[in-house]
Structure formats: structure tokens, C-alpha cells
Design a protein around this ligand. Sequence first.
Ligand code: ADP
Ligand code: MG
Length: 740
Amino acid sequence: MIDLLTPLSGIRGIPPRFLKRLEKLEIFTIRDLLFHFPSRYEDFSEIVPIANLEPGMQATVHGVVRDIKIRRTFRRRFVIVDAIIADDTGEIKAVWFNQPYLLNTLRPGREANFSGKVSLGEREIYLSHPAYELIGLRPATRDRGQEMRHTGRLVPVYPETRGLTSRGIRFLIQPILKSVGEISEWIPEEILDSAGVPEINEALRDVHFPKTLEAALAAKKRFSFENLFLLQLFNIRQKMKLAEEKAQPIQIEIEHLKEITEALPFKLTLSQKKSLWEIIQDIGKPKPMNRLLQGDVGSGKTVVAAVAAIVAAENGFQSAFMAPTEILARQHFGTLKKIFARLPLRKQPEVGLLVSKEAKVFFENDLESLVSKNEFKKGVIAGKIKVIAGTHALIQKDVRFDKLALVIIDEQHRFGVRQRAELHKNRETKLIPHLLSMSATPIPRTLMLTVFGDLDISTITELPLGRKPIITKIVAPANRDKAYQFIRGQIKKGRQAFVICPRIESSDTRTDADTSAQIRADNNQRKSALPWETKAVKEEYEKLSKNVFPDLKVGMLHGQMPARAKRGRGLASDGKPSKEAVMKAFREGKIDVLVSTSVIEVGVDVPNATIMLIEGADRFGLAQLYQFRGRVGRGEHQSFCFLFTDSPAKTTSDRLKAIVEAKNGFELAEKDLKIRGPGEFIGQKQTGLPDVAMRGLQDFEMVKAARDAAVKILEKDKNLKARPLLAEKLAEFERKLHLE
Ligand code: ADP
Ligand code: MG
């Protein structure tokens, strides 16, 4: 008797080389195999008399092999198999490439189904590369009605690996589906009913060998739903658990808070105030805040978080202010110093910066000094340094805090589950720090309910007063020089420009399940025909500094440059400029045009920069383009974004049009979710969800149904005591989330 956990190696009849290939697809057990879902279906359900075939049809023919032989093409060294298939109404030729072994199975006289495309040759129509399936010879099997796998039905097409075709996978799955006994359903029946999805046995059968396309879709919906349901259970339970934890309440008198906000260099916008207030209320409570502050690029999230940090410092508590890159961490360090210095505080806090190995900067009473990392750490553990800006090294390394009460994470949609665990491990007391994450990439509402379902959310809805919308233009190759002239004009007026070059990306990651020779040929063609040339930063830098803007100061920034200089000199140990030095020069206006890779993407704030020129714009995702554009338009001057593209593809320009037209990040995020799917949008790794569930994230109704169902169950039965099967399933789901 086999069950879901039976390893495939324990099943007779699967050749070892098959097992190896299955392992490549991460398929080890019966369950893995049964949950390897088709990516699509081919409809070969209708059996068509040969006389009725027409070019272009996808059809199944039921006939007898009349003749079959091999021929070789000399020049291209192809082996071609030609067969003549006949039924009562006529004959048709079938053609296969490079499959000489077909002669062993499709012998003359054999009866079979052939499913494939009807193509038009020079003189006649033929079946090109059809799937085939022999009809059982023994009368007994025929009478019982042989069940078809590859032809004469909706045929599943699977994601494949080398040497393991959809055909092979169908061969394996069909008998296993039959012999794997009844699987126990773990979703309560009333939930299946209200979500309108089939129970598990039916769903498994229909996802692989559906009778109709509707049945297949319903089955997929079930698997999508089950994952969303688990995710919701997980989220809601997380939230419940967190609510039981203790945190340090950080409080401040309203009057003092007012004094502080009034001393800021600008008047806070209404939604900055509102968000700040939500945060202040949260951190005033003895349970951990878990809040996401979202707001469009340039909406001023930093200052809101800075005030929260200062409130903590005024109470004698420490805050960690983390950024995804060193560039950004340094920028925050600078901003915090500047802001704090002008506030009417009881005590000016010491602000530190800690980044990767060379973390050594320290600030005290208007003096900035370098200290050794050890000294720095001592300052942190002694509680002397109150606000610490840094990269994620802050939580990952052996940094111990005295009274860490607030953690701020910039430009991250979501603090990873694992990182959060890390943070808990780090705590010196039983108290959990309050957590504030910030993101400029607005989150579509389905994701808000799912992947971010355990977070409270504050939103900054407007930009600071007086910001002018960024003028965005797609620039055709012919207008390149005009754009350069325009940029020169802006720079002469004192402004600065970014030029972003795309990095090299693997060009084609499509894994099409159909292995027919034609499709493969198409793919190869597409690969070699990619028209874009990746603009390397270095080349672009050479070109701009020597030919286009020889009279301007052009700088370069890319990921391979050393992060920072040796001891205050502008150069790193090997004499090359560092990222830090280049950013500093740009900030100080000593560089007019900064040619950069996407390292500049997030958060960088140089209000005098008003031009964002993006080379190969079609190579970036919408969210990324949006982030780039957000680097300008951050001050009083009119800003511009130029999208350069060499690609004529229509979908591409649609995408760029979306960025030109989108009024705000939210609108864009919804579009992006549609265009690229949720996996691309947040990174599938971050969610820990399988493909089938990721697709479900686009379906708001289903997401909501899953959430409602989860709430209903947990309200009554927090620990799922009455539902052991479900509890087990959830535990397994959580394990997976923590593993990845
Ligand atoms: P983001 O939300 O993208 O992180 P920042 O916090 O970097 O944006 O702020 C963008 C710029 O706007 C900064 O230069 C900041 O000083 C400025 N800023 C923030 N809030 C206001 C405000 N209320 N009025 C005017 N300028 C502001
Ligand atoms: Mg920011």
C-alpha cells in the first residue's frame, strides 16, 4: 500500500535515471509528484475524422498506422520519421523529428490516437510531431474503456526537466493517482463549501486528468485556496502571539512632541502627522508594535521614523535604524544627525553608524569621529549610543544592545520571518522591540491581506507641498542627442543628473513545457535575436565623459567598487574611488552626472538632482523604474525622467507607458502585479508560497474568503485543538516558511 509519504524510490518500475531527473524537480515522494501540477492543458478531447482535418487545428485522430519509415536530411543531420495514419475517412501523414525509436512502437497495423497540430506542407496537410497513444491490444482492456493519458482528452502539460517529458510524467502520475488510497481532507467541509472549491481527492484527480477545463480550474483554485488559507491562519496566529508578548512602552508628553515636530526643518504633511501619531500610540503600549509605514517615494518617511527614534532616545531607549544598502545607511546617519541637532531635546543623543566590517563612525556633541568597531560595540552595549544607523549587519552580527526598544527597517516590504526570529534571539530582556518597517513600493490590496496580513499599516498619502510632478518621457533612439542637449542645459543651471544602466540579466528563463522541436527552435531564435545591447556602466561612463559631456564632471558608481575609502581619504586601499566618496561628491555637487547601476535604486535623497536618465528602460521592472524615478523630484526644482529604449517590442512600450501615465505608486503597483505577477513583485522567496498560491494572490475574492475562514476558525479555537489535521498542516506550513 502506498501513501503520500512513500518515497518514489520505493516504488517498483520507476527506472533510476527517472528518479534522478525527478529529484532535479525536487520530487522525492508520492506527494511531491502528485503536487507537481500541470502548467497548462492541451485540449485533444475531440476525435476528428481525418477527412475533416484542416490546417491549423489542434486535433486528435484515431487511426491505424499504415506505413512508417525513417529518412535523414543530409545537411542538417536530422532524423525524420514519417508515418501514414488512416481511419475510415482517409489518410494523413505524421512527422516527427529525431525520434527513430518510434519505429519500435508505432509498427504498421497498430491502432493509436494521435494528437497534435495539423500543419500545411507544400502539397498536403500533415500532423506535426503529434503525441500518440497506443490503443490496448487485448480486447479486455478495450471493452473496459482504456483511459487515455496523452491523447483524446484534455492533456496535462507539466513543467519539465531535461529528459523528463510531460509524457513521462503522465505515465508516472496516472497509475499512482489510482493506487494512492483516499487522502484525508484537512479543510473543514463548511469552508470548502463557502469558498466553492472541491475536496482534496477530487481536486488532485482533476488537476492532473480533468474531464473539462472547468474541472481543472476548480482543482487549481482549491490548491491556491488551501495555501492562502494556511497563510491566513499563520498570519492571524502570528498577530495573536505577538499581542501576548511584552514590549517597552515608550511615552512622551504631547507638548514635548509638539515642540519637537515644530522644530523640524519643515512642516509635516497631514498624513505624516497622522502616521507619526499612529506610531506614537503604538510604541506607547506595553506590547510590540508591528507596523509598516508606506508612502510614495519622496513622501518623507524618514523624518517620521526619526521622530519615533528621538522619542525613544528622550526616554533613554535605543533604536536601530536599518537600511538595505551602505549608501542608504550612511545617508540616514547624516540625516538623523542633522535633524536631531536642531531639536529642543532634553539630551542630544549620540548617533552611531555601523556598516559591514569597516563600521567605525561615531558622533557626539557635534563631533564626528571614527572609533574602532570594538569601541563602538562597547558604546552600544553600555547604552551610550542611542540611535544606531546601519545595514542589516546590525542584527546579524554580534551587536548587543543595552535597551533596544525600537527597530526601524527602511525600504523593505517586509522583515523576513527569519530576520525577525534573529531579532528575538538578540534581545537581552524578555521585552521585544517595537518594529517599524518602511516601504515606498505600495502594496496591492491582495498582498496587504496576505503576505503582509500580520502587519498594521500607516500610509503617507501625499507628497510634501510644492513638489512638482516629474515629467517623464520615453525617448526614441533618434532623439538621444536632443535629450543630452536638454540635460546639459539643466546642469548649466546648477542641477545634477543620474544615468542608470541596466545590469546583465539572463535573457530567457521561460520553461515551456512543450518540447516540440518547433517551440525549441523558436526559443533559440528568440535568444539569439535579442536586440538589446547591455549598456555597461563603464562603457557609458567613458562615452559620456569623453564624447558627450567632456566639459562636465561625470562620475561612476557600481556594485563592484569598494564601499568606503581608507581613513578619510577619497580613495580606497587600491587607489580607486569608493562608493562612499562618489556619493559624497555627488551630494556636495562636485559631480554633475552620475552614471550608475541599480545600486542607486532605493532611498537615495539628493534634492538637487533633477534628471533621471534610464538606459535600456525596458529591462527593468515597473517597481524598479518607479524607484529610480523617485530619486528625482525631491526638491523645489522641476524634475525629469527620460526612459531610453532600443526595444521595439509592444508589451515593453506598454510597460513604459504605464510608468509615464501612472499617477501614483499605488496605481502602478496594481498594474505591476498584473503584468509581472506577485512572484516577481515581492519575490517568491520572501513569501514562501508555492506557484499555485502565488497566482491566487491576484484573486481578491479568494484572498478575502481565505481570511474570513481563518478568522472564524481561530476565534473559536485559537490552538486548533478541535482540528488536529488542520493543526498538523499548519505546523508543516510554518516549518516551510522558516526553512526558506
Ligand atoms: P522617502 O519617503 O522616499 O524615504 P525621504 O524621507 O527621503 O522620502 O524624504 C524626501 C525628501 O523630502 C527629503 O529631502 C526630506 O527632507 C523632504 N521632506 C520630508 N518631509 C517633508 C515635508 N513635510 N515638507 C518638505 N520636505 C519634506
Ligand atoms: Mg526613504
